[in-house]
Ligand binder design. Structure first.
Ligand code: PEP
Ligand code: MG
Length: 591
């Protein structure tokens, strides 16, 4: 990972689900310079037409070879596409039009092919049906194949690379993919294409994550750049920071687990066998993840990490940029509520902004609410957009990294100032927005009783809470062995927060990664959390465990482990219990 390179995100069309983290490989065969010259001798023209015919035959031969090579595949889609390409290649009109250009205009074969392809482009551009329109790529690919054969150029073959790569290209034809050593390809990302483009079909049939229609990825990414491909959300994250990589490693793992179990029960409520109901939220970083949250069974969005709106921009986001994102979340019908967190910039998150000067110890530096209270104008832009979005659905505002009462009071004061401005301006909004604080700094746990009087809900951020409570940098791989959610100190902190919140009559959620770990689900039930919010892909398994458990046994499990004094003992006991209770879910040795 190169922390000096700028992180940015490209959004395209999600066409083949799954996540992959790897190195980019620029597959750059398209749009090579096409030569143009005039043929003023009839003999030359005859020779040129012959050259074209040879290229057509050669192209057909190659496609038939590719088809033979692919015939062992169980999936048949790539074969159909090749058949279509052979039909196009043999199409009389395509051939006669190209020959006519050579003959009438006296241009070389390459130029004539290009004119023919351009003519078809013009026709296809007028088609309204998206599917048919997308089929132009077949013609384009055939055109490129002929061009290649006219030049006698050798195809670029991905054979000399030792590790798995993510292929970046303008577009890919089945012939391209067939010639790649597909076992070395871990993902695809292309400039053009849609759900029915070849890259999409081939990627889906081979179960390789892919995002297409990214417009400019071939210009913005270099071979060997580190990439995350999120083929479920349609995102490509270029030069991700360590925290994003960690997050995506989790997502990838959860995706694979979710794939292994059926999604058919994902929408069932998370109710224990003795009728305790837990609200389930999805954590999202981008609005593109909303559909995945819904299909995986989220009741609402429990954490929208809005700092991701700030990356990938030359300029800071405007109020309208924020508003468009928040409106989209809150008006999604299938989501009962949306918890939108004010931006948590700073720390290890996106240091490229000049306002966020590099700090010696960024995790404890000017991040999240501290940064917002210093850059009040920036903060107000976001708050205005959040309040305006409340007119479109149930929104909860969540403040991160609160460490003392002054911070929440000041944040609320600014929020009300913004509210009053909007009221004076006659802007519509809902005046009953719930306000919450993230409990992720140990001092917030200790003064939870005081904080509870200021807000409507708590959301426990275990990622940071564990880091600060156990003094373990969450992105430092050298101390990850000490990062232990089942540490007795962590469990006591959580228990204290839940009890204090409930005593004050407010709801207590958990939105750190711990909430999405099925091995901890019974412990979290025992702790009596009201809401668990997690990476959407983790939801089905957690819900399944909740539905298979009772509060009685979960409370008993918690009571038992609270008598232990070490994390090792607790972990062993919890894992053993989970294996016995859910033998199919927890294989031997599973973490
Ligand atoms: C947390 O700290 O647990 C949390 C949910 O916030 P983030 O991971 O964005 O810091
Ligand atoms: Mg946090």
């Amino acid at each position: 990972m190169d922390t000096l390179k700028k992180t940015f995100v490209l959004k395209g069309t999600a066409v083949s689900p799954g996540m992959v983290i790897g190195k980019a490989y620029l597959f750059d065969r398209l749009d090579a310079q096409i030569s143009y010259y005039k043929l003023d001798d009839p003999l030359l023209i005859i020779k040129e037409i012959k050259r074209l015919r040879t290229a057509l035959l050669e192209s057909e031969k190659q496609l038939l070879e590719v088809k033979k090579k692919l015939s062992h595949l169980k999936v048949t889609e790539p074969l159909y596409i090749i058949d279509v390409q052979i039909m196009i290649l043999k199409d009389r009109r395509l051939q006669s039009r190209t020959i006519r250009y050579i003959r009438k205009m006296g241009v070389n074969a390459e130029w004539a092919v290009r004119m023919t392809v351009d003519k078809y482009r013009e026709i296809f551009d007028k088609i309204e049906d998206e599917y048919l329109k997308g089929r132009f790529s077949d013609i384009r690919n055939v055109g490129q194949m002929i061009l290649r054969n006219l030049g006698g150029e050798r195809r670029q073959v991905i054979s000399d690379i030792g590790e798995g790569v993510i292929i970046i290209s303008s577009d890919l034809s089945p012939a391209d993919t067939a010639q790649m050593k597909i076992e070395k390809v871990r993902g695809f990302a292309t400039d053009i294409g849609g759900k029915t483009s070849h890259t999409a079909i081939v990627a889906r049939s081979l179960e390789i994550p892919a995002v297409v229609g990214l417009e400019s990825i071939t210009r913005r990414v270099r071979t060997s750049d580190t990439l995350i491909i999120d083929g479920s959300a349609g995102l490509v994250i270029v030069n991700p920071d360590p925290e994003m990589i960690r997050r995506y490693e989790d997502k990838k793992r959860h995706f694979e687990e979710a794939k292994a179990i059926s999604l058919k029960d994902a929408a069932l409520p998370a109710v224990t066998r003795d009728d305790y109901h837990v609200s389930i939220g999805g954590n999202i970083e981008f609005i593109e993840e909303i559909p995945s949250a819904i299909t995986h069974g989220a009741d609402g969005i429990g954490l929208y990490r809005t700092e991701f709106i700030y990356i990938n921009r030359e300029h800071l986001p405007t109020e309208e940029d924020h508003f468009a994102n928040y409106k989209r979340v809150v008006e999604t019908e299938k989501l009962a509520w949306s918890t939108i967190r004010t931006f948590d910039l700073g720390g290890d998150k996106f240091l490229s902004d000049p306002k966020l000067a590099k700090e010696m110890n960024p995790q404890m530096g000017l991040r999240a609410i501290r940064f917002c209270l210093k850059e009040v104008e920036l903060f107000k832009i976001q708050l205005r957009a959040m309040i305006r979005a409340s007119a479109f659905g149930r929104i909860r505002i969540l403040f991160p990294m609160i460490s003392g009462i002054e911070e929440i009071r000041e944040a609320k004061r600014i929020l009300f100032e913004v509210r009053n401005d909007l009221l004076a301006q006659g802007v519509a909004f809902n005046d009953h927005i719930e306000i919450g604080v993230m409990i992720e700094v140990p001092s917030a746990v200790v003064i939870a009783d005081k904080l509870a009087r200021e807000v409507d809900f708590f959301s426990i951020g275990t990622n940071d809470l564990i880091q600060y409570a156990l003094a373990i940098d969450r992105v430092n791989e050298r101390v990850t062995y000490l990062y232990e959610p089942l540490h007795p100190a962590v469990l006591r902190l959580i228990r204290h927060v839940v009890k204090t919140g409930h005593r004050a009559g407010i709801r207590v959620a958990m939105c750190g990664e711990m909430a999405g770990e099925p091995a901890y689900t019974m412990i979290l039930l025992g702790l009596e959390l009201d809401e668990l919010s997690m990476n959407p892909l983790a939801i089905p398994r957690v819900k399944e465990i909740i539905r298979g458990s009772t509060m009685k046994e979960s409370r008993a499990l918690l009571k038992k482990v609270m008598t232990f004094s070490s994390a090792v003992e607790i972990r062993e006991y919890v894992e053993q219990t989970m294996r016995e209770r859910f033998p199919e879910e927890f294989q031997i040795n599973e973490q």
